[in-house]
Design a protein around this ligand. Structure first.
Ligand SMILES: *Cc1c(COP(=O)(O)O)cnc(C)c1O
Length: 388
């Protein structure tokens, strides 16, 4: 019996030949996107939001690449992500967006991390911890100006200046978060800016931060000390009603494991939800919903109909999915690709080229953010660039 020798990737991850799909992450494009955002930030410090494993791209790769580009401040959602970021960025400022859980103060202090405090209780706990430590440690305060999700209410924000606890720690940042910044003419943007301005005015001297990716591109907004882009760094379009100013960062390819012809009136996939209206050629690829490709991208209907469903580039041609997305497989109608141009073992593109993360999201009834952050753990990951 011959032994299978697979080259082990430098990352220690899954070898390409052994994976169903290969994820390409372009760290130079990531760095270039950070610089583009910085150039649009009007002099504000440009941080990077690297929560959810840097939107699926890998904290351990993305954070060093962004640091080399000049980024000094990172935001994550969880304390565990913050420790990962700290490990690869020893000198950076790292904020934890989801707030302070009781009893975690010592971990924040140990790793020099900053909580984003979003309630009076969290402010009291952080102040108490700092008093006990005898040290004014840094934190951000988050005021909710419209999301009704996380942060102090606007009323609480306006009375913050009277709270004694503010003397016990260093408020390094006062922040809020846009509800719909990607809708540039949504009146909520202006209302949130105004509410935030009122709170800012009551707490002079504290650096302020409001814009996410899309917020950076809103016109007529005040100058802020710091902006917090996430999605746009990873190639998502922060200006959906205009051309995407960002470079694509993520590419996804999958291998064809089988090709077959089906006859008119044959169905394809679980529950027979796709029907061939004539003889069709089907390619089966080795990626499925267990890899984070949404089942909602399934193609249900008849071949040839204009279905809002997942699409792949096969030999450079757009081909629609056929039938339900399975756990580990997707079936694609490749009839329109000349027969000799597609064979077993070929790769098809699921993200990349003209297939943007935004379109992939739309075709699955979701947003590109969910596509990126769902990118699965079974892919072979290949990285390029990241040296400057
Ligand atoms: C996720 C997040 C961001 C980044 O938002 P994008 O739309 O991805 O740029 C910024 N600020 C907060 C509070 C967030 O939760």
């Amino acid at each position: 019996m011959t032994k299978l020798h697979l080259p082990t990737p430098a990352s220690g991850g899954i070898p390409e030949q052994a994976a169903g799909g290969v994820l390409h992450i372009d760290l130079d494009a990531l760095a270039s996107n950070w610089r583009t955002l910085r150039d649009h930030a009007g002099g504000a410090e440009t941080a990077a939001v690297v929560k959810a494993n840097a939107y699926g791209t890998g904290i351990e790769k993305a954070v060093p690449a962004l640091s080399k580009a000049g980024c000094r401040t990172f935001f994550v959602a969880h304390l565990s992500e913050a420790i990962r970021a700290r490990t690869v960025a020893p000198d950076a400022t790292v904020y934890v967006l989801n707030g302070l859980f009781s009893g975690t103060g010592p971990t924040y202090a140990q790793f020099d991390l900053r909580p984003v405090l979003g309630s009076i209780e969290e402010i009291e706990e952080w102040a108490g911890f700092c008093r006990a430590q005898g040290e004014k440690l840094n934190a951000a305060i988050h005021v909710d100006t419209g999301m009704n999700r996380l942060g102090l209410t606007v009323a609480q924000g306006l009375t913050l200046k009277d709270r004694g606890e503010l003397k016990d720690f260093e408020t390094a940042l006062l922040m809020s978060h846009f509800v719909s910044a990607e809708e540039s003419d949504n009146p909520l943007n202006r209302q949130q800016i105004e509410a935030f301005e009122a709170i800012r005015a009551s707490l002079p001297g504290i650096p302020a931060s409001l814009p996410n990716s899309s917020g950076i591109f809103l016109r007529d907004k005040p100058q802020y000390a710091l902006v917090r882009p996430g999605y746009a760094l990873y190639g998502g379009n922060p200006t959906p009603d205009q051309d995407n100013p960002m470079r694509p960062v993520v590419g996804l390819e999958a291998r064809i494991v089988q090709l077959r012809w089906v006859e008119a009136d044959d169905t394809v996939g679980y529950n027979g939800r796709w029907l061939a209206s004539a003889k069709r050629r089907i390619a089966t690829i080795s990626v499925g919903y267990a890899d984070g490709y949404p089942r909602a991208a399934s193609a249900r209907g008849r071949s040839g109909d204009d279905l809002l469903a997942g699409t792949a580039l096969v030999a450079g041609q757009r081909c629609s999915f056929a039938g339900n997305v399975s756990m580990d497989l997707i079936t694609i109608d490749v009839t329109d690709v000349p027969e000799g141009r597609v064979k077993r073992g070929d790769t098809v593109t699921l993200i990349g080229g003209e297939l943007t993360v935004d379109e992939v999201g739309r075709r699955a009834g979701t947003i590109g953010y969910e596509i990126l952050t769902g990118l699965g753990s079974r892919y072979a990951r290949t990285y390029s660039g990241g040296q400057c």
